[in-house]
Design a protein around this ligand. Structure first.
Ligand code: NAD
Ligand code: DAU
Length: 343
């Protein structure tokens, strides 16, 4: 039986990944390994832990702690690693980059070293399109390919690029069986309400304004989270070691259009709810993914259309208010005030 150590499994994408595999009845054991930082939430896994006690186990631990990672390997006879765990929010990395270097660079180095010592059969690193930097908005024909040089612009993306380069180096130096995915922006259930879509949906439900950065014309390439999870599992099963695979839905949208969509779906009025605020420093203008490689080589295509999946997503936040209301209090409020005060 394959046993997957899924780091960051209590976060947004990691928990959706675990959920997808269990719903599909994939024949794998899953070790959900997570430090439960501010972004990690056991509530994201609770129903799955109760329903699948023979297939899913949760281990609280830090990827920067070699002893804790080694113990998880030994206790559960791990055969493969899917490495999601990271500090993931660009705005927080601008407030302070230390935790990002620690989790995303040092944590990845520890995961690689323990996995090497344990002769892991596969190691998949969940990277991001942000490692490529930014694209011009007046040249829509240019997209990120796997050959685009890594030119990260934020402390977050620089730390993810650090992990990405380490993974590459362990293939070339040690012939480790590594795989890398670089995906665009995800949306869907269990998305922490500091990111654009869940922040705006929940602010609108709370009767608050939505803070649009700069001119609101930055472009992101949005993909439903389950499509990303499916791409990761496809790369894990069929990808070539040492290769990186871009993942995206060919779905470039400006932040203004995202905001208009949410406002329309939630029956609000633009002039009453939108506030333009000072731009994010170093704000990347445009991301766009060329996903030809994963499509032609591995046969992966997104299944969800934005027009319907965004409605499903909004409905999830309407139906799960206790989930996000519990988050948007305490420490979160302090962060929100620091991030948006005086902007
Ligand atoms: P998230 O912030 O929702 O979840 C991150 C998880 O990692 C949390 O559960 C947190 O507790 C855990 N974690 C953080 N530091 C840890 C540590 N030291 N030890 C153990 N666990 C730790 O993030 P997400 O949006 O789910 O992103 C997951 C991964 O996917 C990240 O590597 C991110 O860079 C990448 N990614 C995200 C997106 C996106 O749109 N969200 C797109 C492409 C790639
Ligand atoms: O591209 C993949 C990346 O997408 C992932 O690697 C990151 O982990 C993930 O957080 C996401 O990064 P972004 O910075 O693109 O996502 P965020 O939701 O923070 O912002 C999306 C866009 O919306 C961006 O142009 C900034 C803007 N924005 C964001 C917030 C939180 C606003 O205008 N107002 C806001 O309040």
């Amino acid at each position: 039986m394959r046993t997957l150590l899924v780091t960051g499994a209590a976060g947004f994408i990691g928990s959706n990944f675990v959920r997808m595999l269990l719903n599909r009845k994939e024949q794998v054991k899953l070790v959900a390994f997570d430090k439960l930082t501010y972004a990690g939430n056991l509530a994201n896994l609770q129903d799955l832990l109760a329903k699948h006690p023979d297939q899913l186990v949760f281990v609280k631990g830090d990827i920067c702690d070699p002893a804790a990672v080694t113990k998880a390997f030994d206790d559960h006879k791990v055969t493969e690693v899917v490495h999601f765990a990271a500090e993931s929010h660009v705005d927080r990395s601008i407030l302070g980059s230390g935790p990002f270097v620690q989790a995303n660079v040092v944590g990845t180095q520890v995961m690689l070293d323990v996995s090497k010592a344990k002769n892991v059969q596969k190691f998949l690193y969940v990277s991001t399109d942000e490692v490529y930097g930014t694209l011009p908005e007046d040249k829509p024909e240019i997209k990120f390919t796997e050959e685009t040089p890594l030119q990260p612009n934020s402390p977050y993306s620089a730390s993810k690029a650090g992990g990405d380069c380490l993974v590459r180096s362990y293939f070339h130096t040690f012939h480790m069986p590594v795989l890398t995915t670089r995906c665009s922006n995800n949306y869907g259930p269990y998305h922490f309400p500091e990111k654009l879509i869940p922040l705006f949906v929940t602010n609108l439900m709370e009767g608050k304004k939505v803070p649009l950065y700069g001119d609101g014309l930055n472009i992101r390439d949005w993909l439903y989270v389950e499509d990303h999870c499916d791409a990761i599992y496809t790369v894990l099963n069929k990808g070539r070691f040492g290769e990186a695979y871009n993942v995206g839905g060919n779905n470039e949208i400006t932040n203004r259009v995202i905001t208009e969509t949410l406002i329309r779906e939630m029956g609000k009025n633009w002039d009453e709810v939108v506030t333009y605020v000072k731009d994010r420093p170093g704000h990347d203008r445009r991301y766009a993914i060329d996903a030809t490689k994963i499509q032609t080589e591995l046969g992966w295509w997104p299944k969800y259309k934005f027009e319907t999946a965004i409605k499903t997503t909004i409905q999830w936040y309407i139906d799960n208010q206790s989930w996000w209301r519990a988050i948007k209090s305490g420490e979160y409020l302090k962060y929100y005030e620091t991030q948006y005060a005086g902007r």
